[in-house]
Design a protein around this ligand. Structure first.
Ligand SMILES: Nc1ncnc2c1ncn2[C@@H]1O[C@H](COP(=O)(O)OP(=O)(O)OP(=O)(O)O)[C@@H](O)[C@H]1O
Ligand SMILES: [Mg+2]
Length: 395
């Protein structure tokens, strides 16, 4: 006969029913799906998916990363050679393979479903498929007990892949660069998210906004930060989709190590755990988890459709400010891994923090600057540059 220990004695005396109000509500569901979204290119979605995921895994969370972009930048960033793989997100999205059959274990508690350029053809292949916006939701359903968080790296568009991410997601995390045009396109993103929320996925929330490639020494960054914070606090008034949306206090500083790490197929924690980039993503993971524990349980009932689809107009872009006295220091770019060329998003625009003042109130910005010329910022901080943005898909 088993000997009763102190725990058993405790259990026999304790009953949830004895608590006023019964058992506590479950605060955090078993698996949370977070779509990292911005239809602008080069704003830090992939870098954030990779390194926030790695930082959360380092804190003991079980993480699944989904590369939902046919560019396969996340796959490349994590050093996975997709030319040798039999399966990728393309097979998952076209129903030829399950997530479990496709995933690659990248590190302890860090799995990846890799992408492949073939995924670019899936949108056309799926055009006549019924409920094609729910493919990812269904594909993730069997994983619910295996992971704490699924982070989805979305492509720079609001097409079918992003729509699948929004339907599968509990939360949206938006990455932004502190750029004069940072909010351009955000009302379209919020409108699309609102439609998904009201028609397809009432769980969906915009959990927050993270600034990437930030340089706090420029006036421009502070102005954009103030505008974005104001915009989201106005937008969140009374709207379920945006109730609780926060602008994360952790800002990811521009850091050359973050730009170099993909060329070595490593997360920033693997590539240089002592860099500012690693410190910032660790802090972001801490803030993310702290915010998670604040959350109230989410109602399952569908929300009223109309309010969420109306986003306030973004503010007029601020007038460009002159550069600060201290120019950001530039760090030499390290040689990339021999076998793997450094990744460069054609959309990534890693321009200098201040655009041409002669351009007036809405300066024109260089779109093609080399991301690897990123500067390592010693203090929280900005960068300018956006890539192409694409139109939304009808929901
Ligand atoms: N904090 C940072 N400091 C320096 N470079 C960065 C930083 N964050 C990202 N980068 C670099 O900027 C480029 C664009 O970043 P990333 O690929 O994460 O953007 P994205 O939004 O995923 O782009 P796309 O829309 O094309 O998928 C990459 O070359 C990346 O290495
Ligand atoms: Mg990307």
């Amino acid at each position: 006969m088993p000997i009763a220990g102190p725990e058993d004695a405790f259990r026999s005396r304790f009953s949830w029913a004895a608590l006023p109000g019964g058992p506590p509500a479950r605060i955090i569901p078993p698996m949370r799906v977070i779509a990292i979204v911005n239809q602008k290119g080069g704003v830090g979605k992939t870098t954030t998916t990779c390194n926030l995921g790695a930082a959360l895994a380092a804190l003991g969370r079980r993480i699944l990363l989904i590369d939902l972009d046919a560019q396969a930048h996340l796959t490349f960033h994590l050093g996975v050679d997709n030319s040798t793989l039999e399966r990728s997100m393309y097979e998952v999205m076209t129903g030829r393979a399950s997530v479990a059959e496709t995933l690659v274990q990248r590190a302890e508690r860090l799995d990846l479903v890799p992408s492949h350029i073939d995924l670019a053809g899936a949108e056309i292949e799926l055009v006549s498929q019924l409920a094609r916006e729910r493919i990812l939701t269904d594909a993730l359903a069997p994983c619910r007990d295996r992971y704490d968080y699924v982070l989805i790296d979305c492509p720079p568009s609001l097409g079918l892949m992003t729509l699948n991410a929004l339907v599968a997601a509990d939360d949206i995390l938006i990455t932004l660069q502190p750029h004069v045009l940072a909010l351009q396109g955000i009302s379209k993103l919020i409108e699309t998210a609102g439609l998904v929320h009201s028609r397809l996925n009432p769980r969906l929330r915009i959990m927050g906004v993270v600034f990437c490639m930030f340089d706090g020494r420029t006036t421009l960054s502070s102005e954009v930060l103030a505008d974005v914070s104001g915009y989201f606090s106005r937008a969140s008034d009374g709207q379920t989709l945006m109730a609780g949306t926060r602008v994360y206090e952790t800002r990811i500083r521009r850091n050359i190590k973050l730009a170099e790490a993909p060329g070595f197929g490593q997360t920033i924690l693997e590539y240089d755990a002592t860099s500012h980039g690693a410190a910032d993503y660790r802090l972001l993971a801490d803030e993310f988890l702290a915010h998670e524990s604040d959350k109230a349980p989410k109602p399952a009932a569908a929300a009223a459709p109309s309010a969420d689809t109306v986003a306030p107009s973004p503010p007029t872009p601020p007038v460009e400010s002159p550069p600060s006295d201290a120019p950001p220091e530039t760090e030499a770019t390290a040689a990339p891994h021999e076998a793997v060329p450094p990744t460069e998003s054609p959309d990534a625009a890693d321009t200098s923090a201040v655009a041409d003042p002669s351009a007036g109130a809405v300066p024109s910005l260089s779109m093609d600057a080399d991301a690897t010329a990123a500067q390592d910022c010693p203090a929280p901080a900005s960068a300018a540059g956006e890539g192409a943005s694409h139109g939304p898909m009808a929901v």
